[in-house]
Design a protein around this ligand. Structure first.
Ligand code: FES
Ligand code: MG
Length: 574
């Protein structure tokens, strides 16, 4: 038997010589597995978020096959299993509502089964944090293989980006700048290959996060889904996870405070999604690393913004890969990062990025001459958000980052849709659009509606941006002067719930301030009259979610999922 140094979990199943061993092995053999697969070699779970309902992950069966080749080659025994797959585009009210549910599925599936190591196949936005949150709650050797971005969208001779151009086309259609026919044609041109959104949206952000955390093979984030090198990456990951089991290299050894700080800095440099904050906080909570909202500002906002990708810039993930990808960004950041921390390949970032070369300075800017001196996310506070709110300056309009304007309040997303294009709506470009009821508990699930489209009549006048505030999120592909993640949210009685039409609101990003300019007495009087909305439901997962979800500044994980339960082998089943 191999691995005499350390007894593997799987031997508690397959190594038994009694009735239970018979049960654990015999049924598995109906798949045509020879005896030697059960001889104590590392059993590797391939946790697959494949689903035809998650188009961004629909090519994962082939990636799983490539991982298997690598596992077999290294002397391991691969077993693929499905978990809840979260598709960003189809799931309603929002895939985010189910992130914590999927994480529980992953965690319990790993712990309950004879697995010694696990490969997480993730791509579409929530599939990365959900699988990682689940796996780190078990803490067996874990390696992430992302599915890769789609090829660049190509439309009428130019590149178009997932999400980012949808918001633009949609505004153009509403104001009559393009025809419905052209609008429909763009659908085919945008999503034209396997893979996830190829802007620096949340999926690409998550892939970069995983690489900067040291949880995937170096260079893995940006390879297009259909590039043969992604298959090679999957194959190599299969080899490496078997070695990791032999080395007993677990996530808790990789995911140190320094690793999280690296991820925050890299995210700032690549212009990553605001959703990064919520997911990284939730992952840190599982690992037991102290991380708070202010850390993202403290650590990230001094980092220069280097990567010229939509939505903050011009290019797309394919270009980012050809330019050199995350290793080049890390090399540019240099000693700002903690380069001596270990990554899953057993080497440090310093060793991994040694040979990185930039092949296109229009895509990845040098640190001496960045796109912007300060990237990252600003965390603002004030009476409107005592636990914070966030804004992505690289995607905002500089002139609006210090602003005082009259609130135009929407009590719900339905209220917004009903009135936004009403010609009589009392609104101009100096107003501040306020949306309530879209936080974790309020919607429920904190949907990506914070980047409310502007009123048609203002778009027609050429207005391109306005200050917007909500307790929701926005798509990583979106842009604008949008304050998000207001905490506490309106549904639990945060000050946001008390804002009324005509109130004056002050925003001052440089001073990290967001203020509702009404008197304390008036605020107290309104609070007195405030009535909490009724719960959406008491039943089932959604009921559980609404009772236990934490606020945005805590990562919107369930209170009872913070921490982890380890990999102890449960009792026998029969
Ligand atoms: Fe799946 Fe964007 S919709 S990654
Ligand atoms: Mg999204």
């Amino acid at each position: 038997m191999e691995n005499s140094e350390k007894k593997l979990r799987s031997t508690e199943w397959f190594g038994k010589r009694d009735k239970m061993g018979f049960i654990y092995r015999s049924w598995m053999k109906n798949q045509g597995l020879p005896d030697h697969e059960f001889d104590g070699r590392p059993v590797i779970g391939i946790c697959n978020t494949w689903s035809e309902l998650t188009p961004c992950n629909a090519h994962f069966r082939e990636i799983a096959e490539r991982v298997k080749r690598g596992v077999y080659e290294a002397g391991g025994f691969p077993l693929e299993f499905p978990v809840t797959s979260l598709g960003e585009t189809l799931m309603r009210p929002t895939a985010m509502l189910y992130r914590n549910l999927a994480s529980m599925d992953v965690e319990e599936s790993i712990r309950a089964n004879p697995l010694d190591g696990v490969i997480l196949l993730a791509g579409c936005d929530k599939t990365t944090p959900s699988t990682l949150m689940g796996a780190v709650s078990v803490d067996i050797p874990t390696l992430v293989v992302s599915g890769g971005p789609m090829l660049n969208g190509k439309y009428q001779g130019r590149d178009i980006g997932s999400g980012t151009d949808v918001w633009k086309f949609s505004d153009d259609l509403r104001t009559g700048k393009i025809t419905l026919k052209d609008f429909m044609l763009a659908e085919n041109c945008m999503s034209r290959s396997s893979g996830h959104c190829m802007t620096m949206g949340t999926a690409s952000t998550m892939a970069c996060m995983v690489e900067s955390l040291g949880m995937t093979l170096p260079g893995g984030a940006a390879i297009p889904a259909v590039d043969a090198r992604r298959k090679i990456l999957a194959h190599m990951a299969g080899i490496r996870i078997v070695e990791m089991v032999r080395e007993d290299l677990r996530p808790s050894q990789i995911l140190t405070r320094e690793a999280f700080e690296n991820a925050i800095m890299v995210n700032a440099a690549v212009g990553g999604s605001t959703n990064f904050i919520i997911h990284l906080l939730a992952i840190a909570g599982r690992v037991g690393i102290e991380l708070e909202l202010e850390d993202f500002d403290r650590i990230g906002s001094h980092i220069p913004f280097l990567v010229n990708l939509m939505p903050s810039g011009k290019f797309l993930m394919e270009d980012f890969y050809y330019a050199g990808g995350v290793p080049v960004v890390m090399k540019e950041l240099g000693e700002r990062l903690h380069l001596d921390v270990k990554t899953i390949n057993g080497l440090t970032h310093r060793q991994n990025i040694e040979d990185a070369v930039c092949y296109n300075r229009e895509v990845i800017f040098p640190i001496e001459n960045p796109i912007l001196e300060h990237g990252g996310t600003a965390v603002v506070k004030g009476n409107l958000c005592s636990n914070g709110a966030v804004i992505k300056p690289s995607a905002a309009t500089p002139a609006l980052m210090q602003h005082r304007g009259r609130a135009v309040v929407f009590e719900s997303i339905e209220d917004y849709h009903a009135r936004i294009d009403d010609p009589d709506l009392d609104i101009d470009e100096t107003c501040v659009m306020v949306l309530k009821g879209v936080g974790p508990r309020g919607y429920p699930g904190m949907p990506e509606v914070g980047n409310m489209a502007l009123p048609k009549k203002l778009l027609a006048q050429g207005v391109t941006d306005m200050v917007r505030i909500s307790d929701g999120r926005m798509s990583g592909t979106a842009f604008g002067t949008v304050f998000l993640h207001v905490s506490p949210e309106s549904a639990i009685g945060g000050t946001l719930a008390l804002v009324q039409n005509g109130d004056m609101i002050e925003v001052d990003v440089a001073n990290r301030h967001l203020h509702l300019d009404i008197s304390e007495d008036e605020l107290a009087a309104r609070r007195e009259l405030w009535v909490a909305p009724p719960p959406h439901t008491d039943r089932g997962y959604v009921g559980l979610y609404c009772r236990h979800v934490q606020q945005a500044h805590q990562g919107a994980d369930m209170d009872y999922l913070v921490g982890n339960s380890g990999s102890a082998v449960p009792r026998d089943s029969h």
